[in-house]
Design a protein around this ligand. Structure first.
Ligand code: GLU
Length: 424
């Protein structure tokens, strides 16, 4: 159906294949809007760019970059940019589509977009990274802008990279445009609370879901995959609520401690060494055993496709909180549903980041900045309200929270499409 499919090769468990299966499941609930479903199955626009940079040793290296605008139906494109050696067009298409769903699920006035460069940023010097970021921004400058499409941080990108993107775009258009990216440094129109917002949203939706299934957070055991920005912030909030973080895994290895880690020591260790491996306050364990760890809550907060069917069968948790985008394969999702494990899907669970990105964008436009307390209170209210609506939809249709989130979001997107019609 989609002409884009000839450019990628999705499989059942690949990101775009997973996304398409998720959309197919909501068609029965879309009623007359179902005739527009093809709009969700094909990105509006995908830009592939060559990013050449002169390396410190004088040679010229080429990297492939992307910016995909999946949907602009409800507003400008919005979504992060990731720098990772495994980035592909197919992955960025799925990540952009999940942004459309996520933004609509929390009712932000945005479409969905995503970008990425296939690069291992750890192999670049700071100067090379800056050149890469600036050239990429110039190349995608033809489709981004404060009212067109607003990038933000994602895997391996941060406030400094957003500052370079903002500066490059601003220099190219000849005016300071703070609203072109979010997740910027505070002194450049960034928002308080943005860095920890995704982790906070994971905690808020997790807290609400736990309450609804009568899971007491006090002494609950939590396992976290990915101890970056999202995983570590969520872990801190769960620990503050009385839970124990009993296992953590990242690219460096896996550690466990049945009594719970001391996060005041683990988080500085990860910052200093780049990973959880070697932490003295826990024991090393084999990577695959992570999925067998006795726990009540599992937080996959790393990359796509981590929670496979085999791992879903072994999982001990009662509650899965998807801090990452697309961590669960369709087969695993069905196994978890059959086993009665509740999954709070990515498209609502990790929406806290883009929600505070929206606050940042609004603050930049109004040139009026809010306190951290105002931001956290507003974030809490939006996440709790969105989850309540999704929960009621799931009860009404007797479907999983994922299908309910897609039903709510797809209905909003397609209602907008139906009202706008096609032009030309
Ligand atoms: N990269 C984050 C996400 O996947 C945030 C995107 C944004 O703030 O625009 O939701």
């Amino acid at each position: 159906m989609s002409s884009f499919l000839s450019y990628v090769n999705p499989t059942a468990d690949s990101p775009w294949g997973t996304y398409l299966a998720q959309v197919d499941r909501v068609i029965p609930y879309l009623g007359h809007l179902g005739r527009w479903v093809g709009m969700l199955k094909c990105p509006k626009r995908a830009l592939i760019v060559d990013v050449p940079i002169e390396l410190d040793n004088g040679t010229v290296a080429h990297f492939e970059g992307y910016r995909v605008q999946h949907s602009l139906t409800r507003g400008p494109g919005k979504g992060g940019v990731r720098f990772h050696p495994d980035v592909t067009l197919e992955e960025v298409m799925a990540l952009a589509a999940w942004m459309s769903i996520k933004n609509a699920a929390v009712n932000l006035p945005f479409g969905g977009a995503k970008g990425g460069i296939r690069v291992d940023p750890k192999l670049l010097s700071r100067h090379e990274l800056e050149k890469l970021t600036r050239r990429y921004t110039s190349e995608i400058g033809i489709i981004i802008g404060p009212q067109q499409d607003i990038p933000a941080p994602d895997v391996n990108t941060n406030a400094q990279i957003m500052a370079w993107m903002m500066d490059t775009y601003s220099m190219n258009v000849g005016a300071t445009a703070t609203g072109v990216v979010t997740g910027k440094p505070l002194h450049l129109g960034g928002s308080l609370g943005r860095i920890k917002a995704t982790g906070r949203g994971v905690f808020v939706t997790g807290r609400e879901a736990a309450r609804r299934i009568s899971l007491d957070l006090d002494d609950a055991r939590v396992a976290v995959q990915g101890f970056g920005n999202v995983g570590s912030a969520a872990a801190e909030l769960f620990a503050q609520a009385g839970a124990k973080i009993v296992a953590a895994q990242d690219h460096s290895g896996t550690i466990c401690n049945a009594n719970g880690f001391d996060l005041a020591e683990l988080i500085p260790h990860v910052k200093a060494t780049g990973g959880v491996a070697g932490f003295m306050g826990g024991e090393a364990m084999a990577n695959e055993e992570f999925w067998d760890v006795p726990c009540e809550i599992m937080i996959p907060a790393a990359l796509e496709g981590q929670l496979t069917a085999d791992r879903a069968r072994r999982l001990k948790a009662r509650l899965v909180l998807e801090g990452a985008n697309g961590p669960t394969t369709t087969g695993a999702d069905d196994i978890l549903t059959d086993r009665g494990v509740l999954v709070v899907p990515d498209v609502i669970c990790n929406a806290g980041g883009v929600t505070v990105s929206y606050f940042e964008w609004v603050q930049d436009f109004s040139s009026f900045f809010w306190t951290e307390d105002e931001i956290n209170v507003r974030l809490d209210k939006i996440m709790v309200g969105a989850l309540k609506n999704i929960w009621e939809t799931a009860d009404r249709h007797k479907v999983s929270l994922r299908t309910a989130t897609f039903a709510v979001a797809c209905e909003r997107i397609l209602q907008a499409r139906d009202a706008r019609g096609l032009y030309p």
